[in-house]
Design a protein around this ligand. Structure first.
Ligand code: MN
Length: 336
């Protein structure tokens, strides 16, 4: 901790850094979550759902930069059955980021967008004041389904903007000796994604180049004042000699110049990072706000079919009614 004193406080601590998070390695296990896609199961159509692994929010850490939600789904065989079937539901105050590692998903939203996504492409939906969407496996689809869904909290200045949707056919590549990174959102190694971001942030999928040989290593430059976390997506990877395990998000804190990435060829990790998000937020269901009352209001408007969330036309799944509010008032909380 002593070297904290050598640096201007405004740089090392001014962005809401907890000094205890400097260059830490905090292993955060994911948990299995059953996603329900039918609210009224019948014998003929039993409750369907996919199991996903959720890494954010988790016990002890709610956010990394502005990233406030991370689900890893699959790999699943969706040759039979419904595949992904998430009916229309609302969002406020956040962006959703969908990134596929295998398969195909159809996004349909209340702005009239109907967009399939395949690996290498990015779907970014900015909810702002309110939007609704559905996500489903198209009838004609590849056999596999594997991907990541993330949410980014919007800062006060952007959270009530009009909703928007962006589909990016490709994302910028960072090529460094021994590795390639695809920059989904934000900045990495001087390369900026073309997707709209509202806070200093990065989301990238980092791959050690095939053919680099077993135990190949590469250096991934980071920003000292940002905090970072990594999730092993496939293969075997160690970072600064810490082996990544497949069921953990590894929080790395701030204060790092970079990471030595060592892996088997073709292994991939998701890198999340950003300036610590200073605002306290209230997250409940699919809604991000700043207070209990805001969430209550948004929930009621969705269940009343109010125009705030528009309507999704042509989705296969049933419109998802917001569940009852929990007893007691929701609290706004910080990032840990
Ligand atoms: Mn959604």
């Amino acid at each position: 901790m002593t070297d904290l004193q050598q640096r201007p406080q405004a740089v090392e601590c001014g962005a809401g850094h907890d000094p205890a998070d400097r260059e830490v390695v905090q292993r955060l296990p994911g948990r299995e979550v059953q996603l329900t896609t039918r609210l009224a199961p019948t014998e003929a159509q039993p409750r369907q759902g996919a199991t996903v692994r959720r890494y954010l929010p988790t016990k002890g850490r709610r956010m990394v930069g502005a990233w406030c939600f991370l689900d890893h789904f699959g790999p699943d065989d969706v040759t039979t059955g419904e595949g992904m079937l998430v009916g229309p539901h609302p969002h406020t105050g956040l962006q959703t980021v969908t990134w596929l590692l295998d398969g195909e998903v159809l996004h349909i939203d209340s702005l009239g967008n109907r967009q399939t996504i395949v690996p290498g492409q990015l779907n970014l939906m900015t909810a702002g004041h309110g939007i609704s969407h559905a996500e489903e496996s198209p009838p004609e689809r590849p056999p596999g389904l594997h991907g990541l869904q993330l949410w980014v909290a919007l800062p006060q200045a952007a959270r009530d903007h009009a909703p928007a949707f962006e589909h990016h056919e490709q994302v910028p590549l960072v090529k460094l000796p021994g590795l390639t990174a695809r920059v989904l959102l934000g900045h990495l190694a001087g390369v900026a994604s073309t997707a709209t971001a509202h806070t200093p942030i990065v989301g990238a999928v980092v791959e050690v180049e095939p053919g680099a040989g077993r135990d190949a290593s590469a250096w991934l430059p980071l920003k000292r004042v940002w905090e970072y976390a990594v999730l092993l997506v496939d293969g075997e990877v160690s970072l600064d000699d810490e082996e990544l395990r497949p069921d953990e998000l590894v929080y790395l804190g701030h204060g790092r110049e970079g990471l030595e990435v060592r892996s088997t060829p073709g292994a991939r990790v998701l890198l999340l990072g950003g300036l610590p998000f200073d605002e306290e937020i209230t997250i409940w269901w699919n809604l991000v706000g700043r207070s209990h009352d805001e969430i209550v209001s948004a929930r009621a408007l969705w269940n009343a079919h109010a125009p705030r969330f528009g309507s999704v036309v042509g989705a296969t799944g049933e419109r998802i009614t917001a569940p009852p509010m929990p007893t007691g008032r929701l609290r706004s909380r910080g990032r840990t």
